[in-house]
Design a protein around this ligand. Structure first.
Ligand code: HPA
Ligand code: ZN
Length: 349
């Protein structure tokens, strides 16, 4: 779409990003659990927390790396026991998403975080699905679920997790790979991703967040993933960047997460401008918004405020990529892109 991006003033950019329609493709729904809801659910379910109150819990959100975050994230998820808990968590996220003009969201969930505590896979999936259906009916937000395997556990456990979820096969569209990246390369999960492919499931994996560019390559070559979650360390390998650009592999980048988990020292050093300039297909996402200081629009604001080299052209590319990279039929993507174009056409008029 030939917009005159130069007609969009820098002061217009943040309001434009905020009101533009967008898709979110990298959000761990357990990472949307706000401290207030953690305490409310703990009380409802009689779960004891190792924090005195909301302030004490929030004060613990000072992370030094991925593992220091994951330890607290799994502790927070311990309050989720009933189907309603999963519904309430996802519904709270959808209300935030609506405020950010998210029109489509693909939600990651971690069944193993819950089955390890005796919660049935069906309880998790049915609760989330009920919130997804309600978001469509009441908010007009479309969504889908992606089942993630915890990579610090074994591949056999991942295989058992997938099989246990098959009674609800029609409720999720794909599989992903998350948790501690270092020391757990994608190839550890070759068989379970092959099984997912046989089942007609989409495939994504976290790679190149803390792990090296080689993990991005093996996620593509061995797991045959269709998107890379994070992938921000790909810039360390010119050959990989050239391949990502040539193959048009979408990257679901999470700016605030990368700063909170010390992947980059400051937003001004984020690899997003390089990824865009080198022809890759990044998107902007919130990862674990309750833990990292903001939802989707907060991520756009933090990124664009810290990086003056990102302008209206880059804003449009990121938003458009979010639709292109989504796992929905082409005609629905086209309808959202037309809405996006209308917003930019008006801003550039
Ligand atoms: N990385 C890996 N695993 C995760 C993350 C993340 O950012 N968030 C929740 N699980
Ligand atoms: Zn993530």
């Amino acid at each position: 779409m030939p917009f005159d991006f130069d007609r969009i003033a820098r002061t217009e950019l943040i309001p434009l990003l905020s009101r533009a329609p967008k898709a979110e493709l990298h959000i761990h729904i357990e990472g949307s659990l706000e401290p207030e809801l953690i305490f409310a659910l703990a009380q409802r379910n009689g779960v004891a927390l190792p924090y005195a109150d909301v302030e004490a819990l929030r004060a613990a959100y000072a992370f030094t790396d991925l593992q220091s975050f994951l330890d607290i994230y799994y502790a927070g998820a311990s309050v989720l026991l009933q189907e309603d808990d999963f519904h309430d968590m996802a519904w709270a996220y959808f209300l935030k998403a609506q405020a950010d003009h998210v029109v489509h969201a693909e939600l990651f969930f971690d069944p193993q975080t819950h089955t390890a505590r005796g919660v049935d896979t069906g309880v998790v999936i049915r609760g989330l699905k009920r919130a997804c259906d309600r978001a469509q009916a009441e908010l007009g937000i479309s969504s889908a679920l992606i089942l993630c395997f915890l990579r610090h556990l074994s591949e056999d456990e991942a295989l058992a997790t997938l099989e246990a979820a098959l009674p609800w096969r029609e409720h999720f569209i794909g599989v992903g790979l998350d948790s501690s990246e270092r020391g757990h390369p994608p190839e550890k999960f070759a068989r379970v991703f092959a099984r997912a492919a046989e089942l007609g499931l989409h495939r994504v994996a976290h790679a190149g967040e803390e792990g090296p560019p080689a993990y991005v390559e093996s996620a593509l070559d061995v797991l045959k993933v269709e998107r890379i979650d994070h992938g921000v360390r790909s810039v360390e390998s010119p050959a990989l960047i050239e391949r990502l650009a040539r193959e048009g592999v979408p990257l679901t980048v999470c700016p605030l997460s990368n700063i909170k988990l010390c992947v980059f020292r400051h937003m001004a050093y984020h690899s997003m401008p390089a990824l865009l300039a080198l022809g890759c297909k990044p998107t902007v996402n919130s990862d674990d918004p309750a833990y990292f200081g903001g939802y989707l629009n907060d991520n756009f604001v933090a990124l664009f405020e810290a990086l003056p080299q990102l302008g209206a052209r880059e804003a449009y590319a990121l938003l458009r990529n979010s639709f292109e990279a989504s796992f929905v039929p082409a005609e629905r993507k086209g309808a959202w892109m037309a809405e996006l174009d209308a917003v930019f056409a008006q801003a550039a008029a």
